[in-house]
Design a protein around this ligand. Sequence first.
Ligand code: FPP
Length: 248
Amino acid sequence: MELSDKIDRARVPRHIAVIMDGNGRWAQRQGEMRVVGHSHGVSAVRETLMAASEVGVRYLTLYAFSTENWNRPQAEVNALMDLLVRTLMSELDSLNENGVRLNAIGDLDSLPGDCRETLQQAIDRTSMNDRITLTLALSYSARWEMVRMVRRLAELVRTGDIDPADIEETTLEEHLCTIGLPDPELLVRTSGEQRISNFLLWQIAYAELYFTDVLWPDFKKDDLFAAIIAYQNRERRFGKISEQVSPQ
Ligand code: FPP
């Protein structure tokens, strides 16, 4: 029996978010430069995307580059941007063949010009696909996103377009980068670290958190399936008591 057969297809999380961590450590263990770990990380992205799509996940969001990652050595930042451009170009046909709609969140204006252009082209050329939406978080951090959201709302209040008394949760959500995406039900982080690292803080309010020691370049289909099975074995109560969510 394959691991994927143990997944209840009626209760697959609609949206999975992933903090891809451990590329550097993976490379160091092989005696390679950190960037080699990032290159192998791309295979894990491909594998995870296909696995998610196979079991009916509709949204996959990957933390590819955080606001804080700009502080890494310039050579590593350049290598990551290069890798992103090359990957987007080489994978575009495959994204289309597999019905993948590409999306991006974050401070995209801060990306190098070629990266921004390639990204926008890939987003435009996959915009008609509807099997799964792959969102790359690039130059993203949740606090940056929230500051941006507050500035936008403050401006709308200043111009008289919004009455502060009318601000609801949905009003905030309309000004986050993730507008149009459902909240993730499952957040996966690889490499043994158990932190959120400024990722989707608003959106993961009710997400189940799943941590695995597997380093990102080693993350395979079955690792995603194991995360989904663990998610399905949890009881999501949303503040209620057990008997209310699963009546005996
Ligand atoms: C974390 O590992 C990984 C990153 C900061 C970059 C992730 C990027 C990729 C997998 C490639 C991106 C490509 C596409 C198409 C999305 P780390 O470097 O923090 O590892 P460490 O904690 O072991 O040092």
